[in-house]
Write a new protein. Structure first.
Length: 335
């Protein structure tokens, strides 16, 4: 494969490092995680929207929508990762086009100054994907409920049950309507805009990780899948990992109760994986099976102070497809 080399001057290299350092150091306008006590104090405010973004693996037998109807935080709305997506992609729950996301945001009553709080029913599994989706499409006022609904309920905080006054699937319907051209884009209010620095493609990974080795890629799948010794949950996918990537199973950044570990613990986890958070000379990207648990790793990095972690949206479902012309490594990652 043709390899291209770009030669830059030392001054240009220092300029890029300064820009990256500034981006990493830039504080988010809203904290990336909130506690149950913090969220309960926010409930009822007109500038706060709570979203249940529960999603489960296809072979789990569970439904995020069913979870939402069974029990949810008061006033929460449902944000379906399999509904607010790019309808033209054959890959699961890829980021929606900005106009489609704008329609979903409008349907949920979200404005640019809205503080969005997302959670899920597993503690910390799919909510970070919703957090990432909002950030990737220009909405930085978004937080994840630390510990999710299980900890919320364990702390004795209130929940509600059953059908909601507004349609449960409002965001999904609006997102689909724009992509089917049955919803006029001129009627959109939310000013969605893709932050392309947070989204990586197969070509990006091939060039910057596999060939040039300029970026660090952490894989959030379980080690057995990374090594290629445990079958992928989606039939037909090859086993193994992207050459040059390193293994960082998402469970390593979480405590048993589904909350994120401390900042110092998180930094140690990234160090041990071979992707130190203070190495700003190398862009840091994350991948997984379908772009869901990679976002847990990206959230952990943000909590530890690094907000520029991008996600390979297609992840292993795209890279490891049986007809993909992509290299695959097995066994432990090369050091």
């Amino acid at each position: 494969m043709l390899q291209l080399t770009t030669i830059s001057s030392p001054s240009t290299h220092r300029h890029h490092l300064r820009r990256r350092s500034a981006a990493i150091a830039m504080a988010s306008s809203t904290t990336d995680v909130v506690t149950g006590a913090q969220l309960q104090a926010l409930l009822g405010r007109s500038d706060v929207k709570v979203l249940d973004s529960s999603w489960h693996m296809p072979n789990s037998g569970r439904s995020g929508r069913a979870d939402f109807l069974e029990a949810r935080i008061q006033g929460a709305q449902f944000f379906d990762l399999d509904g607010v997506k790019n309808a033209s992609s054959a890959l699961p729950h890829m980021l929606p086009p900005p106009s489609a996301f704008a329609a979903a945001a409008d349907a949920l009553g979200i404005e640019p100054n809205t503080h969005v709080v997302v959670y899920d029913t597993l503690g910390c599994f799919s909510a970070p994907r919703a957090w990432y989706t909002f950030r990737a499409l220009g909405h930085n006022r978004v937080s994840v409920l630390d510990g999710g609904l299980p900890l919320w309920r364990a702390e004795g905080r209130p929940v509600e049950h059953g059908e909601t006054a507004s349609p449960v699937d409002a965001a999904t319907v609006a997102c689909a309507a724009v992509q089917m051209s049955t919803y006029p884009e001129a009627a959109l209010n939310y000013p969605a805009r893709l932050n392309s620095s947070l989204v990586k493609s197969m070509n990006d990974v091939m060039m910057s990780v596999v060939e040039r080795k300029q970026a660090r890629l952490v894989d959030a799948r379980p080690e057995g899948r990374f090594y290629g010794i445990i079958p992928e949950p989606r039939p037909g996918l090859r086993g193994g990992h992207i050459p040059g990537s390193c293994s960082l199973p998402f469970g390593q950044v979480l405590r048993p109760n589904g909350t994120l570990k401390s900042v110092e613990e998180l930094k140690a986890v990234f160090d041990a994986a071979g992707a130190p958070l203070d190495d700003i000379a190398h862009p840091l990207w994350a991948s997984c099976g379908t772009g869901v648990t990679a976002c847990i790793v990206a959230l952990a990095a943000a909590v530890a102070g690094r907000h520029d972690v991008a996600v390979y949206d297609g992840s292993w479902t795209e890279w490891g497809a049986p007809d993909a012309v992509t290299p695959v490594a097995t066994g432990p990652a090369a050091q």
